[in-house]
Design a protein around this ligand. Structure first.
Ligand code: UDP
Length: 319
């Protein structure tokens, strides 16, 4: 299939693009390169530098080849910034997404796989979380993801859009070539590995949460397994029930446990500073991915946290 990937120069987007190409699909990446990196886009993918807010540029991109499906991975992603600058989140994640949907319909493209987030659940009432758990986002990031899921639902009913949303838990890990390169880097594992390389101590944001050791618990899922889910969804988009799928391993690790695993993997005793809570962080997010397993046939190949951290470390330590 010909797949247009928005945000294909970003962390998850570039790994998904690579996976699509390996599976024999043709890929057109559309990315504004605000966070993404041109060199992260595989050479055999087509590339257009454009913002999803720019309807003219999107229209031209869709005119380059007949597009069978869109993977919409562009957007604002940092929970904390969404608490202080919600305008940017609504503009890019909701208005930008609507703009993209308009251009898709104009070009008669009616298949979409969307990068959603565990942030749609807010402070969960249960662990592991299933997809029908109440959605009560506690930050504007999660709300924008939920709004766009709902918009796709209505576009499905009214205009025949086939859609799947993947609610990522914590995407982590790397391939040999592709991994996390955010500026500034806010994510835990890259920051822990930077500390292992001799940078400053890693801050633990919050040590008074109601968890096993007071730090936040998250479910880390390898970016290659996330990519595999996207390829399965693309292949099954015309036949599966539209809607949302959690992507996680069903196993929660606290921030302090992640640091301990990283110390083992790197062989370095990682310096830690205890810091206050970060705005917008729920205490515990752990997925049930039963639906992805049973309906998509998804089976994570790299579920272990040691393997996930080791893959990121191989890439970090050899650059
Ligand atoms: N975190 C931390 N120190 C850091 C970065 C993150 O303690 O330098 C914590 C953060 O507060 C959260 C968890 O690690 O509880 C995962 O954060 P990350 O930003 O990696 O992903 P998020 O859960 O926000 O998507």
């Amino acid at each position: 299939m010909n797949v247009l990937v928005t945000g294909g120069a970003g962390y998850v987007g570039s790994v998904v693009t690579d996976g699509l190409l390996r599976a024999g699909h043709r890929v057109l990446v559309v990315d504004n390169l605000q966070q993404g990196h041109r060199q992260a886009v595989p050479e055999s993918a087509d590339f257009v530098q454009a913002d999803i807010a720019d309807a003219g540029a999107l229209d031209a991109a869709f005119g380059r080849m007949p597009i069978d499906a869109v993977m919409h991975m562009a957007g604002e992603t940092v929970v904390e910034y969404s608490t202080t600058d919600p305008r940017r989140y609504f503009a890019n994640n909701v208005v930008g997404g609507l703009n993209l949907l308009d251009v898709m319909l104009k070009h008669n493209v009616r298949r979409m796989v969307f990068s959603s987030s565990a942030a749609v659940y807010g402070e969960p009432l249960t662990a592991p979380i299933e997809e029908d758990h109440p959605r009560n986002p506690i930050n504007s990031y999660g709300l924008t993801k939920l709004m766009f899921e709902q918009i796709m639902g209505w576009y499905g009913t009214a205009y025949g859009l086939r859609h799947v949303s993947f609610r990522y838990f914590n995407a982590a890990g790397a391939t040999e070539r592709l991994g996390e390169d955010h500026v500034p880097e806010t994510h835990l594992i890259p920051n822990v590995l930077k500390a292992a390389l001799g940078g400053k101590a890693v801050s633990v944001f919050g040590t008074d949460y109601p968890t096993k050791d007071g730090s936040c618990v998250r479910d880390y899922v390898h970016v290659l397994d996330i990519a595999a889910a996207h390829i399965l969804a693309l292949e099954k988009l015309d036949t599966i029930r539209p809607g949302a799928f959690n992507l996680g391993n069903g196993q929660g690790y606290s921030v302090l446990e992640v640091i301990e695993v990283a110390s083992r993997v790197t062989g370095v005793s990682i310096p830690v500073t205890r810091a206050g809570r970060r705005a917008g962080d729920p205490a515990v997010l752990v997925a049930s991915s039963g639906r992805a397993r049973s309906e998509l046939g998804w089976s994570p190949q790299h579920p272990g946290l040691e393997d996930i951290v080791a893959s990121a470390w191989r890439r970090t330590s050899t650059r």
